[in-house]
Design a protein around this ligand. Structure first.
Ligand code: SF4
Ligand code: FES
Length: 249
């Protein structure tokens, strides 16, 4: 199929940026969206032009790097898939496709479609871990019983890949879905209980410092999340936060 691409080009953080138009032809429906961009970049390089910068790594829905806003939707059309899992058969011959980077004050554009999402790493650094005694007397994790229902919910929360689609799609640029998934994956397990109060207070504090907006329960994040992370996690984080604030621990 032949397509017209309208792509955001921005030299660096300071550049104002603009949309530019590129035709691409002979695109197979079996190509992934990123492979289609590879074809465009080969064409640009052959023409002596600057290729479009975009993020990617695993190309199989695991790393969360391929963060593109496609025709106004985070990760494009389709549910519970990342951009690298989006195939060109989702589009029709002659289509015009608009491709933009994530838009959020906390995710500044580095170049073209690449944004700096290190704010999410700093939220993790603030508390997204458990401290483990590795002195040689560590208790085997399997000796601590965990109810199956809790283990399943913790696992579901842990499938968050930190892509930032929830932030990009939220009108408030809120990072509540991401942060709540990272709080929940530990809060649900006995191993996470020891530091639970500090964790939720510190992670929410860091989230606010980074300039993410507040949650107003629109639910857009859950709809666009490629891993189907549930809003239930936000409710759990709010309960954890309230409990930690009231007890002051
Ligand atoms: S909650 Fe979903 S949309 Fe948000 S960072 Fe995690 S995987 Fe991406
Ligand atoms: S490139 Fe890793 S999730 Fe898409």
């Amino acid at each position: 199929m032949n397509l017209t691409l309208k792509i955001w080009r921005q030299k660096n953080k300071q550049d104002k940026g603009r949309m530019e138009t590129y035709p691409v032809s002979n695109i197979s429906g079996d190509m992934s969206f990123l492979e289609m961009l590879d074809v465009l970049n080969e064409q640009l390089i052959n023409d002596g032009k600057e290729p479009v910068a975009f993020d990617h790594d695993c190309r199989e829905g695991i790393c969360g790097m391929c963060s593109l806003f496609i025709n106004g939707e985070a990760h494009g059309p389709g549910r519970e898939i990342t951009t690298c899992q989006l195939h060109m058969r989702s589009f029709k011959d002659g289509d015009t496709i608009h491709i933009e980077p994530w838009r959020a004050a906390a995710f500044p554009v580095v170049k073209d479609l690449v944004t700096d999402r290190s704010a999410l790493d700093r939220i993790m650094n603030a508390g997204g871990f458990v401290s483990v005694n590795t002195s040689g007397n560590t208790i085997d994790a399997n000796t601590i019983p965990v109810p199956k229902a809790d283990a399943d919910k913790a696992f579901d929360a842990a499938t968050c890949i930190g892509c930032g689609a929830c932030v990009a799609t939220c009108k408030n640029a809120s990072a509540m879905l991401f942060t709540s998934a990272k709080v929940s994956q530990l809060a649900l397990l006995p191993q996470g209980k020891v530091e639970a109060h500090d964790r939720v207070l510190n992670m929410v504090h860091q989230m606010d410092l980074e300039g993410f907006g507040n949650c107003t329960n629109t639910g857009a994040c859950e709809v666009e999340c490629p891993k189907g992370i549930s809003l239930e996690n936000i409710a759990r984080m709010n309960r954890e936060y309230l409990s930690a604030s009231v007890t002051g621990e």
